[in-house]
Structures are given as structure tokens and as C-alpha cells.
Write a protein that binds this ligand. Structure first.
Ligand code: PAF
Length: 282
């Protein structure tokens, strides 16, 4: 696996792959601390292109003041080994200086209005501007044919799709279903923040989404279902941030006629902020 730390090394490799050998490239951007969910993205990338390029970059621009940028788990040696085993062809490891050579507050930003300000964007102002900006920069640097993202970050995926469409970026976006622990908890780097006791309760988040989904399919009243689910989360020791049913296509508030829905939730359990979602057709 090629390890690339500079723009120059990356450009040299891409010239060889894309311009000389006419190979297609699938890109998997990550913040590291890789788990089976990330490795599933790498597996999908292998199905989609000749070469698989992964990046690891803990992006300061997408963390708010008081969030976990400093303590975000950094496990480069393990990550590198896992990517070797998964057959990734190259790993791009830019430094903050490489991606943000000028003061971050002066750098050009990408803002995807509307869809970035709801749900996680409402509780984490500026978060999705940081995500869209870094993903745009990484796309410009890595020139992928395909880029692969997890559906666990459902809103992030919708924002990236919107950005790519609005800015005519020449890359296909592929979403991959969430990989779960045996009890249903969505895999996430932030699960490591849970104590053993919190971990035992964490799957309740997915369970309440399943309950709301079943209720919607049976024709239940949405607000009543959400209110019950909210109560169940509190009973299990969560501090819910949001629990909402949205239209899948654009994350707008769901109305009675909408059939293709997604239930989205974010909730704190101890120091971990967990997110999850579940698609439902009614
Ligand atoms: O989902 C993530 O890990 C990050 O938000 C991403 C897409 C790598 C951008 O930093």
C-alpha cells in the first residue's frame, strides 16, 4: 500500500494511475480509528474501481468549540494494518498544514444551505460547512471516479450528494448501509467513549427506531410514535438531541402523503453523542 503524505506524492501516484494507465479510482475519505464499517466501505470501493484510495484526516474545520477534536481517537498504526489487510492500494495522510495552509478562518468554505442547518446541523453549527469544505478539497486533490460514504451519517451523505450535483463535480457518490454490532448498535468511532454499562444500553437507540418504523408501517400517528420513542430513550438514560421522521429524498419534514421516509436520531449517552437512522416505506 502506498502511503502518501504530501500533495506532490499524491499527484505523482494519480498521474500514473489515471493519466498513464487509465485506471479508475474509488476514494474512501475517513477520519481514521477504522472499524468494520469503514472496512465495508473499502470493500465496496474495490467493487467500483480499479484502484482504492483511502484518506485519514481528522478535520479540525468540522469540530465546534468544546467538541472532541483533541480527544478524537487517532490509531494510525492499527488503521494502516487494517487497510493493508483490506487491500487498499493507497493511503493519503495529509497534515492540517497541507489542507489548510492559510489561517482556517480565512479559507474559502463550501456551504450547502438548508439541508446543512437542520438535524445535526442545528446542534452543531458550522459542522457540515467543515465537512463539505474538506470533502470538496479532498475530491479536488484525489480526482476520484467514485467516492464511498456510510449511510450511518445519513445527513452528511445527503449534503455531499447535493454539493456534487450543485457544483457539477465529476464523481459518483455511493452510499453503503450501516454496519452494526450484533445487538444492533451502529458501528462508530465514538462508541469507544461509552463505559461498559452505557454500552449495554446503547442499542436502545436502534431499537426505538425499529419501534417507530413498525408503528409507521402499521399506520400509527407519527407524533405519538416519536413521543413514545423519546420517552423510551430517556428511560434508558439517553439525552435525546433530536428524533425525527423526514422525507428520504431531501430530508424535508415528512407530510402525510410522503411514502419514502427516514427516521433520524441523535442522542447523548454519557460523553458519547450517538447518531443512527432507519429508512421506512409506508
Ligand atoms: O464521515 C467522516 O468520517 C468525515 O465526516 C469525513 C467525510 C471523512 C470528512 O472529514
Amino acid at each position: 500500500m502506498n502511503i502518501l503524505e504530501t500533495r506532490k506524492d499524491l499527484q505523482t501516484l494519480l498521474k500514473r494511475w489515471k493519466d498513464r494507465d487509465d485506471l479508475s479510482v474509488a476514494f474512501v475519505p475517513t477520519m481514521g480509528n477504522l472499524h468494520a464499517g469503514h472496512l465495508r466501505l473499502v470493500e465496496e470501493a474495490h467493487q467500483r474501481a480499479d484502484r482504492v484510495l483511502v484518506s485519514i484526516f481528522v478535520n479540525p474545520l468540522q469540530f465546534g468549540a468544546g467538541e472532541d477534536f483533541a480527544s478524537y481517537p487517532r490509531t494510525l498504526d492499527e488503521d494502516r494494518r487494517a487497510l493493508e489487510d483490506a487491500g487498499a492500494h493507497a493511503l493519503f495522510l495529509p497534515s492540517v498544514q497541507t489542507l489548510y495552509p492559510r489561517p482556517m478562518e480565512e479559507m474559502t468554505r463550501i456551504r450547502v444551505p438548508g439541508i446543512s442547518e437542520m438535524l445535526c446541523g442545528a446542534s452543531r453549527p458550522g459542522h457540515f460547512e467543515g465537512v463539505a469544505t474538506v470533502v470538496c478539497k479532498l475530491f479536488n486533490l484525489t480526482r476520484p471516479d467514485v467516492a464511498v460514504f456510510g449511510e450511518k451519517d445519513y445527513q452528511q451523505l445527503a449534503i455531499i450528494r447535493r454539493m456534487v450535483a450543485d457544483l457539477d463535480m465529476p464523481v459518483s457518490i455511493v452510499g453503503v448501509p450501516t454496519v452494526r454490532e450484533p445487538d444492533g448498535l451502529a458501528m462508530s468511532s465514538r462508541n469507544g467513549y461509552l463505559t461498559a454499562e452505557e454500552r449495554r444500553r446503547a442499542a436502545v437507540l436502534q431499537q426505538v427506531l425499529q419501534t417507530v418504523s413498525a408503528g409507521l408501517r402499521e399506520g400509527g400517528e407519527m407524533q405519538a410514535l416519536l413521543s413514545d420513542a423519546h420517552g423510551q430513550l430517556i428511560e434508558a438514560g439517553f439525552r435525546p438531541d433530536y428524533l425525527q421522521v423526514r422525507r428520504r429524498s431531501d430530508l424535508a419534514e415528512a407530510v402525510a402523503e410522503d411514502r419514502e421516509l427516514v427516521i433520524l436520531a441523535a442522542a447523548y449517552l454519557g460523553r458519547a453523542r450517538l447518531i443512527d437512522n432507519l429508512s421506512v416505506d409506508r
